[in-house]
Design a protein around this ligand. Structure first.
Ligand code: NAP
Length: 539
């Protein structure tokens, strides 16, 4: 039985764009569906004030094409959301993939059909498309998470989520605004919101470490040097742990004098960005070394925030620096020196209920016109489990993952043949430069499908034993990092009520991960059962 297309790709963010391109290049007929009205994925949706990448622009781009590299010019060291979305559009047009994408359309369900040896994909437009292979490019951070606060329905003001910011923007001039959440999104949004709002109340449950971006325009010289270094950058990209080269002194913080330590950290702070974390090589491994780095940041917070009580509340405690996703900001701590910005520490008081005019905590009432939920995402799994994905025998992926998402290589799930989960749980994805992780995944999946089809086979399915072994490897990799010391984080799923506590990304590094994937391929796609139509019928 033939299918409408060879491959359906879900999502047209950085993953979807590149997947359409590579798969078409390899000869597959591809259709993609995208819920947004343009390409870009998270960079289409996250339009909140201050949204900006915290990986340097020059590293946050595809690496596969010297032509794209040559013809795109970033304007700032850390690009804004609109500029990154323009880049996604530029790439999609250059690769001529836009025509393959149906916009404003969600995939609502996908069911494996054994007779078809393929998937039946249903969309929000009521269309059903059949395909041999299904590639999920739904993104790791795209299922918005709004906590189920009591009384929220009674709130008469406006409620917004940072990742679902209205297209037309929101005028907050003169408004009283509450921001709930102080992760990367909240920390970027608060200073921008405070520029126009009459009053801002920031509700903080956990203080996070944030580093100054020290953002600035990129000069023509810098751009020219970056372009000249393209071949080196490409070569280094896949041999680094993080997906891009991070400068370091190569020294141990525990071995240098207090004067040298301070001088190096001051230099790194002035340089800006999360590269600060790599200044010394022992702070990501050793708790004593890490504590010195954390102390430096807490000192900085105390030196910036004039009210000592507020400074103390903003100072992160209880988790090593870098064990949760580090934040990168522009004037976040400085914003709390403004008289119209107030910090509410939810460790001292807890939210009881929303009211028509604001919310009530155990300590009192807060009135505001607009609430901004910067409360994050059902990360790594939510975007896919919100689709009704049914594998062999009608098995639901959401149910399969309910006890904790387990995959083979972060890419495939037993019982869900011919389905590939780009940057899925169990892959490095969010712990590395995600664009590079995407390229590696798409290249690997394309090669796998070419291998399968060249052998005259039609069905590939991860084996349970391979999944179990990989799950052990993912958890073992976490144990070698400081992540194991963070009591809560979206890496662990603890931000979503009812989600099982399991460290989801693979923390062994992109370089190691790539080697493993390459070995699996060289070994004839070890851990996958690959069969053909004739064999299926015979069995
Ligand atoms: P997040 O890091 O998960 O932060 C969510 C915030 O909401 C946390 O402060 C959390 O507190 C708080 N929160 C959640 N539920 C709450 C509740 N019931 N009551 C009170 N507070 C609650 O989400 P995010 O800031 O959107 O960032 C997610 C990830 O997206 C980032 O870590 C990063 O990887 C990516 N991102 C990147 C950029 C960038 O490149 N610049 C920008 C934005 C986001 P707890 O910590 O106590 O749970």
């Amino acid at each position: 039985m033939s299918t409408d297309v060879d491959v359906v790709v879900i999502g047209a963010g950085f993953g979807g764009i590149y997947a359409i391109h590579r798969l078409r290049e390899a000869g597959f007929a591809v259709r993609a569906f995208e819920a947004g009205s343009d390409v870009g994925g998270v960079w289409f949706w996250n339009r909140y004030p201050g949204a900006r990448c915290d990986v340097p622009s020059l590293s946050y781009q595809y690496s596969f094409s010297p032509e794209l590299d040559r013809d795109w010019n970033w304007s700032e060291r850390f690009a804004t959301q609109p500029e990154i979305q323009r880049y996604a559009r530029f790439v999609a047009e250059r690769l001529d993939v836009v025509g393959a994408i149906t916009f404003d359309t969600r995939v609502t369900a996908a069911a494996w059909d054994e007779g078809l040896t393929g998937w039946r994909v249903t969309t929000s437009a009521g269309e059903t498309v059949t395909c041999r292979f299904l590639v999920s490019a739904v993104g790791a951070l795209s299922a918005a998470q709004t906590p189920p606060f009591p009384g929220l329905d009674s709130f008469a003001g406006r409620a917004l989520h940072t990742s679902q910011w209205p297209d037309e923007g929101v005028d907050l001039t003169g408004k009283r605004v509450a921001v709930i959440g102080t992760g990367s999104s909240g920390i970027q949004a608060v200073p921008e919101i405070a520029r126009s709002a009459a009053h801002v109340t920031v509700f903080q449950r956990t203080a996070n470490f944030s580093l100054p971006a020290q953002n600035r325009p990129l000069s023509d010289d810098e751009l020219a040097r970056a372009k000249a270094g393209y071949p080196d950058r490409r070569a280094a990209t896949f041999t680094t742990r993080a997906g891009h080269v991070i400068p370091t002194t190569g020294k141990r913080i525990l071995e240098v004098s207090p004067e040298e330590r301070r001088a190096e950290l001051e230099k790194a702070w002035e340089f800006g960005g999360n590269e600060f974390l790599a200044t010394f090589i022992d702070t990501s491994k050793d708790l004593e070394a890490n504590a010195l780095l954390a102390d430096f940041v807490r000192d900085k917070i105390r030196s910036i925030v004039t009210d000592p009580e507020t400074a103390e509340k903003l100072s992160p405690r209880g988790h090593p620096i870098g064990s949760k996703r580090i934040c990168v900001d522009t004037a976040y701590y400085e914003t709390f020196n403004s008289p119209h910005v107030e910090l509410v520490d939810l460790r001292d008081e807890t939210i009881e209920t929303f009211t028509p005019t604001g919310l009530r905590t155990t300590a009192g009432e807060y009135a505001f016109d607009t609430v901004v939920f910067a409360t994050g995402f059902d990360a790594l799994t939510g975007a896919l489990t919100r689709i009704d994905v049914r594998g062999v025998g009608g098995r639901s992926l959401a149910e399969e993952w309910a006890p904790g998402a387990q995959t083979y290589l972060g890419l495939a799930v037993p019982g869900f043949p011919n389905l590939f989960t780009l940057t899925g749980p169990g892959s490095p994805s969010v712990l590395v430069t995600v664009v590079i992780a995407i390229e590696q995944h798409v290249d690997w999946v394309t090669d796998h499908l070419v291998h399968l089809c060249s052998a005259g086979l039609t069905r590939t399915e991860a084996e349970p034993a391979a999944r179990d072994q990989w799950t052990e490897e993912v958890q073992a990799a976490t144990q070698l990092t400081l992540h194991r010391h963070a009591p809560s984080s979206w890496y662990l799923g603890t931000n979503v009520p009812g989600k099982p506590r399991l460290f989801l990304p693979y923390a062994g590094g992109l370089d190691a991960y790539r080697r493993i994937c390459d070995e699996v391929a060289t070994d004839g796609y070890r851990g996958f059962t690959m069969t053909g139509v004739r064999e299926e019928v015979a069995s």
